[in-house]
Write a protein that binds this ligand. Structure first.
Ligand code: ZN
Length: 423
């Protein structure tokens, strides 16, 4: 969060252009650093009627608890120096465990680097002043430490629980990678079980890391089922055919887009967030015949994947209003954004980083006769995803009514629907 120097006294109200709801920092730009200016510009401007509230940024809901303060102070990044010399020394037992572990050298090497804080996480890059933000590019909720990537980011919960290890990670009790490996190892009495579980955990860590990199650098969606399968395939390759029976689990059938009920328009939204402050959004509206009634794509400048998803949905709501739609089923593949909107109107937003956007979505949705907020699996949200990829490459927003850009036609057809529609 940006801090305006003490000697600069201005009314925040005066820095906002309320017509365009953007920051106008021209009157103070000579007094603040470019870093502070960037920080201010990242703050989403809400509607004018809300009251300012104090936020405790360490928790998701912004509410202070002693427990969160305690865990924040003891978080790995506080005690660990990501430079060459570490202040957190790794327990020798952990190194022994690692060197003896039957696994591929590349996986062992990766874990050795992870334990040595030698992986370029966003937090490490931020500390070296290479990145503007230390926040996790996937959830945007916490700083991206190695512990966060492999165990604490919300999306990896499904990977650990859905894997053959069936693990629930205790986030509150989690301290450091080496402690986790030692505790996990000591929970097995039989040596063979311990070796198998540790090896499997290493393959999962490796697959999660690869998926995280593919998500950031190639915008490949995060799919826990695929990642579990990759880890199991790697393990099977390593252990040989005898392991296929242990590891095999039925694959989930891929979901596909389904038309809404008669009289309802389905508005799918999605965002891609490539890097700090760079991404795109896509909106696709289709009626119960699956016929395209509107589409929109454009670039997004925001600080996290979660905010990008919320902004994409807001863009969808605005487009539905412009199209004068009255009964709409809004679909997004962001579980967090949808669950916020599905929660009762009286309950406060539980994720403070998107509270302003959620407030505006709710306020605008009063325009419709009826709205539905539906979580859609990524496989059923391909068209909006493709539009978001397109939006990322655009300089400004672009909308279309019946004829989508040629690159989208194929994706829309893959949903099994006529496209472009000929009246
Ligand atoms: Zn995360």
């Amino acid at each position: 969060m940006a801090h305006i120097p003490n000697n600069v006294s201005v009314l925040v109200e005066e820095l906002i252009d309320w017509n365009s709801r953007t920051w106008d920092l021209s009157s103070i730009s000579h007094l603040i650093s470019s870093e502070v200016e960037r920080g201010i510009r990242r703050i989403q401007i809400g509607r004018r009627f809300g009251c300012d509230i104090f936020i405790w940024p360490v928790t998701k809901n912004g509410v202070f608890t002693v427990r969160s303060a305690y865990h924040h102070i003891h978080k790995p990044h506080v005690i660990r120096n990501t430079g060459a010399g570490q202040s957190h020394s790794i327990n020798n037992k952990c190194w022994k465990l690692l060197w003896k572990l039957p696994t591929f050298p590349k996986v062992r090497h990766f874990l050795w680097r992870a334990l040595s804080s030698a992986i370029p996480t966003f937090l490490a890059l931020f500390k070296r002043k290479i990145k503007n933000s230390p926040m996790c590019p996937m959830c945007g909720l916490m700083e991206e430490s190695m512990e966060h990537i492999l165990f604490l980011c919300p999306w990896v919960e499904t990977v650990w629980f859905g894997s053959s290890l069936g693990l629930r990670i205790d986030k509150q009790a989690f301290t450091t990678l080496d402690n986790w490996f030692l505790q996990f190892s000591s929970s097995f009495c039989i040596k063979n079980d311990r070796v198998w579980a540790l090896t499997m955990a290493c393959f999962l860590c490796w697959s999660i890391w690869k998926a995280r990199c593919n998500f950031i650098y190639q915008a490949t969606p995060l799919n826990p089922a695929v990642i579990i399968k990759k880890a199991m395939d790697t393990a099977s390759d390593f252990f040989g055919t005898q392991c296929t029976t242990i590891f095999s689990k039925p694959d989930r059938l891929p979901a596909t887009w389904s038309p809404p009920q008669i009289g309802v328009v389905a508005v799918n939204t999605d965002a891609c967030w490539v890097d700090d402050f760079k991404g795109g959004f896509g909106v696709i509206a289709r009626n119960h015949h699956g016929i395209l009634v509107g589409g929109l794509a454009g670039p997004l400048r925001t600080e996290s994947a979660l905010m990008a998803e919320a902004l994409a949905l807001l863009a969808g709501v605005k487009m539905a209003m412009d199209l004068n739609l009255k009964v709409v089923d809004f679909r997004s593949d962001s579980k967090m954004v949808i669950s916020e909107l599905q929660s009762p109107l009286t309950s406060p937003c539980r994720i403070w980083r998107i509270a302003v956007i959620i407030d505006e979505i709710r306020w605008r949705s009063e325009y419709f006769d009826h709205v539905n907020w539906t979580w859609s699996p990524r496989e059923a949200n391909c068209a909006a995803h493709a539009a978001a990829q397109l939006g990322n490459k655009m300089l400004g927003s672009h909308n279309w009514l019946e004829t989508p850009p040629p690159s989208l036609t194929l994706v829309l057809r893959n949903d099994g629907l006529p496209c472009p529609h000929v009246a």
